[in-house]
Design a protein around this ligand. Structure first.
Ligand SMILES: C[S@@+](CC[C@H](N)C(=O)[O-])C[C@H]1O[C@@H](n2cnc3c(N)ncnc32)[C@H](O)[C@@H]1O
Length: 295
């Protein structure tokens, strides 16, 4: 074996810099403490595929050099953002997990409206919103709800990635975003522009977006107190410690009686939480208790 690449150097056969187990561990630690993202130690090819081109662009020949750059260079913090950008999955589409959205509309929303009847304001938060499809799906659902006619309704979307947040704000979507959406919604709310679809301004104006690392739980309070939080298909990529911290932050960001929606393959099974479980006809969701909800 060529010793120059067994040390985490350039592999001329694979055409990439090879990562060593100790380097993978270092990268994993730095990423996990920044954003909670858990990169498998057993996934060297994943790291090499996603991060290798970045090393080459920076002219580095080992992941250890890259780690030192992340940790100690003045440009390291900006590089961490770039690294996380490469490691995250941004897959999303309109009306994802429809049964859950129906449960929200039919079972949860009437309760939230009733509870908010004095303040006449409803605030939803899509945490880890990617390119915005979840945010705009919720806005369309709220738009169709007659009981909210005289309410001030807002949907906030946040994501750690500035790139996806910028795309979400633009509100232009390609065909794959519509794979689970009823045609009538597309016709009602979107205008075709050169093979892409632009969302109507009245729905866009119900929504706002911001960059937010969910590990920065102290920043949650700038959003305002929420009636429901959707954090779907995000926590499954994070470490147990990160999940605990974030779920705790969500609890504090909700009104008493507010709801937390997770993705269908996610649960709070191993999370120490103050949320109560509510079994709806079509879904199982989490609610902040109405009584005794203050710490
Ligand atoms: C698979 S997408 C989910 C999008 C949408 N919620 C859905 O279910 O369709 C996961 C998103 O979570 C974001 N994310 C991952 N870790 C995060 C963190 N620590 N803070 C904020 N966003 C994060 C990623 O950037 C990505 O856009």
């Amino acid at each position: 074996m060529n010793s120059s690449w067994s040390n985490g150097r350039y592999d001329p056969f694979a055409g990439t810099v090879r990562i060593q187990p100790d380097e993978a561990r270092l990268l994993r630690e730095v990423v996990e403490s920044y954003c909670g993202l858990r990169v498998g130690l057993d996934a060297p090819f994943f790291l090499e595929r996603r991060v290798g081109p970045r090393l080459e662009a920076l002219g580095m020949t080992s992941y250890r050099d890259y780690y030192h750059f992340l940790k100690y260079d003045p440009a390291g913090e900006a590089e961490l953002v770039e690294l996380v950008e490469r490691l995250t999955t941004h897959e999303t589409y309109f009306f994802r997990e429809l049964y859950q959205l129906e449960a929200f509309r039919d079972d949860v929303l009437p309760e939230l409206v009733e509870r908010a009847r004095r303040r006449k304001r409803i605030l939803l938060w899509s945490a880890g919103c990617s390119t915005g499809e979840e945010v705009y799906t919720l806005a369309m659902i709220l738009k169709e709800e007659p009981s909210l006619a005289d309410f001030r309704v807002r949907v906030i979307g946040s994501d750690i990635s500035r790139k996806v947040v910028a795309r979400a704000r633009q509100a232009y979507f390609g065909p794959s975003s519509f794979r689970a959406m009823d045609e009538t919604y597309r016709k009602r709310y979107f205008q075709e522009v050169k093979g892409r679809f632009r969302l109507r301004d009245d729905v866009r104006s119900m929504c706002s977006f911001g960059q937010l690392n969910l590990m920065d739980t102290e920043r949650f309070r700038v959003l305002g107190t929420c009636d429901a939080i959707f954090c779907r298909n995000v926590l499954m990529y994070l470490s147990p410690t990160a999940r605990n911290r974030i779920v705790d932050g969500f609890y504090d960001a909700l009104h008493p009686g507010g709801y937390l929606f997770l993705g269908h393959s996610e649960s709070l099974l191993h999370v120490h939480t103050r949320f109560e479980i509510v079994q709806l006809e079509k879904d199982l969701v989490y609610r902040k208790p109405i009584e005794g909800s203050e710490r």
